[in-house]
Design a protein around this ligand. Sequence first.
Ligand SMILES: *[C@@H]1O[C@H](CO)[C@@H](O)[C@H](O)[C@H]1NC(C)=O
Ligand SMILES: *[C@@H]1O[C@H](CO)[C@@H](O)[C@H](O)[C@H]1NC(C)=O
Ligand SMILES: *[C@@H]1O[C@H](CO)[C@@H](O)[C@H](O)[C@H]1NC(C)=O
Ligand SMILES: CC(=O)N[C@H]1CO[C@H](CO)[C@@H](O)[C@@H]1O
Ligand SMILES: [Ca+2]
Ligand SMILES: [Ca+2]
Length: 571
Amino acid sequence: MLTRLLLVLAALLFVATPHFTVAAAVDDVDWWENAALYQIYPRSFQDSNGDGVGDLQGITQRLAYLKEIGITATWLSPIFSSPMSDFGYDISNFTEVDSIFGTLDDFKALMVQAKSLGLKIILDFVPNHSSDECEWFQKSVNRQDGYDEFYVWHDGKVNAETGEREPPSNWVSVFGGSQWTWHETRQQYFLHQFQVKQPDLNFSNPMVREHMLDVLGFWLDLGVDGFRIDAVPHIYEHRNADGSYPDEPVSGWSSDPDSYDYHDHIYTKDQPDTVELMYEWRDYLLKYEAEHGGETRVLLAEAYSAVETLSAYFGNGTRLGTQLPMNFQLMYLSGYSTARDVVGNIDYWMNTMWANHQTANWVVGNHDTERVSTRMGAHKVDLLNVIVNSLPGASVTYYGEEIGMANVETECTEISCDNRDGERTPMQWAPTKNGDFSTAESTWLPLSTDFERYNVRTERGVARSSLQVFKGLQQLKSSSAFLAFKQEGGFSYEAVTEQVLQIIRTNLRNEEYRILVNMGNKIEKITGLSNKVYEYILVTAYSVHRPGETIDLSESIILMPYEAIVLRWLA
Ligand SMILES: *[C@@H]1O[C@H](CO)[C@@H](O)[C@H](O)[C@H]1NC(C)=O
Ligand SMILES: *[C@@H]1O[C@H](CO)[C@@H](O)[C@H](O)[C@H]1NC(C)=O
Ligand SMILES: *[C@@H]1O[C@H](CO)[C@@H](O)[C@H](O)[C@H]1NC(C)=O
Ligand SMILES: CC(=O)N[C@H]1CO[C@H](CO)[C@@H](O)[C@@H]1O
Ligand SMILES: [Ca+2]
Ligand SMILES: [Ca+2]
């Protein structure tokens, strides 16, 4: 019903609107609104010096590949100086490149190559905490002038019964255990929402905020196109007027008092000041743009928060905030999710974010989440890639998802023992030694055992491989009908059966694409989708059709299990 209404509106607009507004409408889409974003985990993309760990020169060598597959911008997980206790999410110097990744000159060379290819570079920005080895923390420990209140320190409280000192509150860290750790030198507790080696900065301190703006400025001056802000909901904590910290209530989701899920995080997540901070950072970027020119600089925000909170991050009518509060809804799908489930997860975002701000982005995975192949099954990888690249807005691909990489079973080593290692293994470039990731004898994490089948070089030569499907999708994503999503009736989506998702993309030039995705393991026969004749233009491995074949949708269409196709109306 909704579909039909939108199509009728589109048809009406086509009649009533002269052609020049078409161009104007398409041009109204700023680069980030429809971007194909790609996350690189630098340790695992390409090793250039044979030490078994990826690095900046390696990324530079591989930038042409990103261009080949149609990427607009890539964001790099942290490349900054770090003791690597959380692989770079524990930063000891925010304006220095860690030697394992190379030098600042390597980064400058990367920027030059990216600019010459027309690729945008986005850096990870980790404001919530620094490493305990950061000079700022050392100064704070020693109460040096100006740094005394840089972090969140507290004396703790004395237990009336035992007379012993206890942490200021019952807060549990994201990785388990108390958020408060006693510091012998300073004789106070410090707060850490993540690891002990990641003390939280005090964002109520204007000096901290200023230092962080300087960090943004440092990298902007080197030409970066924006930042992806880590762990946004954790930046502020609630503090009572008397300086004490309130306990968090039990959530009922976990029986282990040391696990993060044990409490409802009403005082340590999504505090109101966070929204204001997003506006402050965006203002800084806007000022930078006004002074230096060039294209829009973006802020992506990592926030596992309710969509209403994300909506406030985006802006409120008078203030602008982060352009891309990341949407993880499609990451929550499982192997059992039906097309109707998918629509529910899409609705959750669209009903608020699209309705209020006409903005959307779709994340498939990241370095904290099992890969699609493992989470949903190898036969669902292409389906997810089709869905995120067919919906309006920006798509966010985690490296390797375009070739269908799966999680790898890893064992603890001296270098790493993290339950997230399985989705952080080396990129699979070719069916040769170490997948052409490194010339080392061994790599920091092992290669997948099936890299000889799932790798870039092999998939380049196989029609309908995940890589070929992904490339085809990027071509469509940058075409006129897929860019016209802000126009009335520019898109629609619905579950036409329990298992079949349909997405329609149109523009005012009367072009129309229909994307059909069969999430189920049964053959589906569908009638009444349309009364027009279409051409198959993109097919996945499970399809029995070829591009160029036609189909009359006034009759019926048959979809094989796990088949996804893109049809174009032959007007
Ligand atoms: C970070 O490194 C730069 C360059 O080595 C140095 O000038 C600066 O003082 C360092 N900053 C901190 C906070 O350690
Ligand atoms: C954070 O900094 C502000 C401003 O310097 C200060 O008023 C506040 O007490 C500090 N908070 C903590 C927990 O130290
Ligand atoms: C938007 O947010 C700013 C800063 O928090 C606030 O001052 C302003 O009143 C808000 N505007 C609206 C329309 O809510
Ligand atoms: C997805 C993501 O970036 N997660 C990171 C959030 O922040 C913590 C602490 O900085 C990291 O450990 C996660 O990897
Ligand atoms: Ca290396
Ligand atoms: Ca914090």
